[in-house]
Write a protein that binds this ligand. Structure first.
Ligand code: CTP
Length: 401
């Protein structure tokens, strides 16, 4: 979403300037063309050369610099921007913006831009809660400026509380969300992700290799596109995407309950979870002790959540995943038909770069009318975007019918 987008990163002075370096790295990695403006105070903390090297663009510092004004002046910088981020933003910069003071390159360029301005404040907790600051922030919010609130924690000044610059990933996420077209506005998307765990006894369980990466990428992308997102997740070690409603579950039975309790309000359900098909007949209360001979576990079938969703009379747009090791297309087509789905994502999980526990995936998308779309090897993030492009297109066709 940020590919070739022009972003201005305004950096004002505070100890958190070093975190702006990480934010710049995230932005450029995502393909954004970033121009950095640093205030004089910011340059006391980190040298402009660091930002220049990472952005591959000269760092802008002076309003009255004849050479840089001739090459790319502050008005042309302001005009080019798709998004203007100020991180860290001091109480001083925010105060100036709120009062219309433009007395350096950063404030002048903000004043001249028509782009959305995303402000990530960082300051001492008492400054942050000071009514003067609160008024300034409120005024800017009313005028359409966006804020990424600071986090609570130990502050550089020794105080504890709110005022710590938000994590670079959080600011990055807010920037991406701002630049993503809101194609899923009005949709409620439920995504299931990760494995399920079927307990054998207090220390052992049956599970699978699912990392949850595909489901989390889908939830993140749907959230960026303006959908209300409910993420029903089995046990994974991933941070939930900001803004999604996270419901954590362990077993297939719990996942079923969580999904069926929420499906009523959903317009789209994407079942990316690798649900265990079987669970032990009984979960032992005490740890099973080692025996001399063989141990036999009796397993019973778990509910097929997706098939149950497919049987609902009023059902949302249903997307399933098919994890196959052979006969990929035939296996997926059978699941599409038998579970009464609108779309299925067929994964050959025997491929080392696709399926479980990797960052990439290659898939085929199969539809009810027999269409098949081949998706070459790509990142799970990219595949999530592609899947949601099709979901959006299919949902809007369905609405028009
Ligand atoms: N699924 C489900 N509930 C189950 C099993 C699977 O909702 N108890 C869903 C998965 O989330 C996925 C789809 O059904 O979207 C297909 O899962 P998959 O494991 O590929 O297929 P199964 O139906 O379990 O069949 P098999 O394991 O025999 O391939």
């Amino acid at each position: 979403m940020l590919k070739d987008k022009k972003v201005i990163l305004g950096v004002s002075g505070g100890i958190a300037v070093y975190k702006a370096v990480e934010l710049l790295r995230l932005l450029t990695k995502a393909g954004a063309v970033v121009h950095v403006i640093m205030t004089r105070a910011a340059r006391e903390f980190v040298a402009p050369l660091t930002f220049q090297t990472l952005s591959s663009n000269p760092v802008h510092t002076e309003l009255f610099n004849l050479i840089s004004e001739q090459e790319i002046g502050h008005i042309s910088l302001a005009d080019r921007a798709a998004l203007f981020i100020i991180a860290p933003a001091t109480a001083n910069i925010i105060g100036k913006l709120a009062c219309g003071i433009a007395d350096d390159l950063l404030t002048t360029t903000v004043m001249a831009t028509k782009a959305k301005v995303l402000i990530a404040p960082a300051m001492n907790v008492n400054m942050y809660t000071n009514p003067v600051y609160r008024d300034n922030e409120e005024r800017l919010r009313r005028l359409g400026y966006l804020f990424v609130p600071p986090e609570k924690g130990e502050l550089a000044c020794g105080w504890e509380g709110e005022g710590k610059l938000a994590a670079p990933e959080t600011i990055f996420e807010a920037a991406v969300a701002e630049l993503t077209p809101k194609t899923l506005t009005g949709e409620t998307v439920l995504v299931t992700a990760g494995p399920t765990r079927e307990e054998i006894d207090p220390v052992r369980f049956i599970s699978n290799h699912s990392s949850g990466k595909m489901g989390y990428a889908l939830a993140r992308e749907a959230q960026r596109r303006g959908g209300r997102v409910i993420l029903v997740s089995g046990p994974v070690s991933l941070a939930p995407p900001p803004g999604v409603e996270l419901v954590t579950v362990e077993s297939a039975t719990e996942m079923r309950e969580a999904v069926m309790a929420r499906v009523g309000g959903c317009t789209v359900v994407i079942k990316a979870a690798a649900v265990a098909d079987y669970r032990p007949l009984e979960r032992e209360q005490a740890k099973i002790k080692k025996q001399t001979g063989e141990l036999t576990l009796r397993l019973v079938k778990n509910p097929d959540i997706l098939a149950e969703l497919g049987r609902l009379t009023e059902r949302p747009f249903l997307v399933g995943f098919a994890a196959e090791t052979d006969n990929l297309e035939a296996g997926a087509a059978k699941k599409l038909e038998e579970k009464n789905l609108d779309m299925i994502v067929a994964n050959d999980v025997s491929q080392p770069d696709a399926g479980f526990n990797v960052d990439t995936n290659a898939a085929r998308l199969l539809f009810r009318d027999g269409r098949m779309v081949e998706c070459p090897l790509m990142s799970k993030k990219e595949l999530a975007g592609l899947i949601l492009d099709y979901v959006t297109a299919e949902c809007s066709c369905r609405r028009q019918r």
